[in-house]
Design a protein around this ligand. Sequence first.
Ligand SMILES: Cc1cc2nc3c(=O)[nH]c(=O)nc-3n(C[C@H](O)[C@H](O)[C@H](O)COP(=O)(O)OP(=O)(O)OC[C@H]3O[C@@H](n4cnc5c(N)ncnc54)[C@H](O)[C@@H]3O)c2cc1C
Length: 595
Amino acid sequence: MPSYQAPVEDAKFLLNDVFHIERYSNLPGFSEASPDVVEAVLGEAAKFCEHVLTPLNRIGDKEGCKRAADGSVTTPTGFKDAFKQLVEGGWIGISSPAEFGGQGLPMIMTQLVNEFLCSANLAFSMYPGLTQGAIAALTAHGSAELKALYLPKMVAGEWTGTMNLTEPHCGTDLGLLRTKAAKQPDGSYKITGTKIFISAGEHDLASNIVHLVLARIEGAPEGTRGISLFVAPKFLPKPDGSPGARNALSCGSLEEKMGIHGNATCVMNYDGATAWLIGEENHGLTAMFTMMNEARLGVGVQGLAMSEVAYQNAATYTRERLQGRALGGAKFKDKPADPIIVHPDVRRTLMTIRAFNEAARALVIWTAIASDLHHRSDDAKAKQAADDHMGLLTPVIKGVLTDQGFANTVMAQQMFGGHGYIAEHGMEQFVRDARITMMYEGANGIQALDLVGRKLPKDGGRALQAFFAEVQGFIKEKSADAAMKPYLEPLGKAAGHLQQATMWFMANAIAKPENAGAGSTDYMHMFGLVALGYMWAKMAAAAMEKLKAGANDRMNAKLVTGRFFMERMLPETAAQLARISSGAASTMELPAEAF
Ligand SMILES: Cc1cc2nc3c(=O)[nH]c(=O)nc-3n(C[C@H](O)[C@H](O)[C@H](O)COP(=O)(O)OP(=O)(O)OC[C@H]3O[C@@H](n4cnc5c(N)ncnc54)[C@H](O)[C@@H]3O)c2cc1C
């Protein structure tokens, strides 16, 4: 059975030594996040994830969710009790506003805790994860009345949330959606339609489920300009806030799927369900985007989390499995063979995953700080810069961390040889569970298009310029330090490739957008590599400081892992640049019938 140990020490290194979160103590919630509190929160979260959620991961996979004839859904054995513990620990609302019962701690804490939850049990983590997304959308766009009624229950975890976008004929292209909303004399709406693939749409973990639903009000324009967002609870709240009459919505069936069996993926039928508008009529996509952006970062974290837990188990196995002898002669002469970790190709695999995980965690924290600055700072310039950062980095984090996260689960599985294909070791479950992260919340091809088509040109390229300025500013600031050369030189080269690719798009994609479309996934991954490279340069600088102050082997390991990234992973940007600047011709030339 696989095991998991939450990377608490690594998280503390990032918060304290790389990003110096004490610098933000003027922001609400940060002064409460003192080192003691951070230690306690991460420590408690780690215990819960390691001891409660990890053992339920396999059970959830084997049992799955079950739907009864009346449409009710039961989650796997142990999920209900674990959810009760999650609620009692106040984990859902650790970063939610205190006025709704949250702890108001910075978003960085939520992202770290969510990484632990996802590593331990991805299917389980989606119940609180979707609730957090729904809380964010209601907080940003709900009326005071809706907020007062729903948020305290959701922040406490008494009620959970969902997001209902997808319909059978409408996934990526939400403009096609058909679910209808009819306005009622009392100001509420009646929703009618079918949504598919709705995660956590029905279950037995909470006393009410709050569905956020995209629908078209009768008479609204076609396409995305006619979409509105509604809240449709499973039970209509009574005036005192307790769950009342059953609403006209139900789970029609559960999807049978490749992974995340412990999460209920539901077909949801709305048969004139009572609902209330969130935000303005026909502005539903803007409101839903608040939830989707939150969720996209969350899904990026899922990719990292799966990569981390797969890495940990692969690392343990490669230290124990005896096969063959080291190339330079036996290392463990007393044993019948050496452990496979002596083999360079095994180490290449482990180092590749490890170098990704540590930098990806830093990238998530860097972006979570931007989220905190955006929501909590009262400095207009800082807020704007933080918003730019999040807009630019969200598709990168979603797309790159899940593409690579999945690839890493496969690489980690490979370390087990044939045993990785056998269910007992749990590696094949990680592969199956991680696969969905590349598809939902906007398939990764769409993330790449969002980056290239929307985020790069937005505001005259302001966000991108700020990103380059920060990376180049860091290189300049540290360039006098010879020890930093192995990190700064490759980073400067890769950032140069990214600039060249950006200029190539400017010169070749405006007249011929297919040139951008054909290069977008390469560009997103190139952006990811440069951003991860920047994280490694920052971590290397912090590790050197700690070593000077007498720190331990962990910091030496950081420097070696960072060097591996710079030497063996970052040079991929040269190939990406070559592919991008070859244009769309060979991609687009064959007619559709030829495929
Ligand atoms: C387990 C699971 C859980 C889910 N949970 C939820 C949920 O809670 N709520 C919810 O609303 N939905 C949910 N979804 C739905 C999910 O978000 C969609 O499946 C996803 O957005 C893709 O839509 P689609 O499946 O219709 O694919 P399509 O839109 O048909 O796309 C198919 C492929 O074509 C590509 N493609 C499409 N358009 C373009 C384009 N313009 N340019 C380039 N490439 C393009 C896509 O990248 C994709 O690879 C879930 C799905 C699954 C499987």
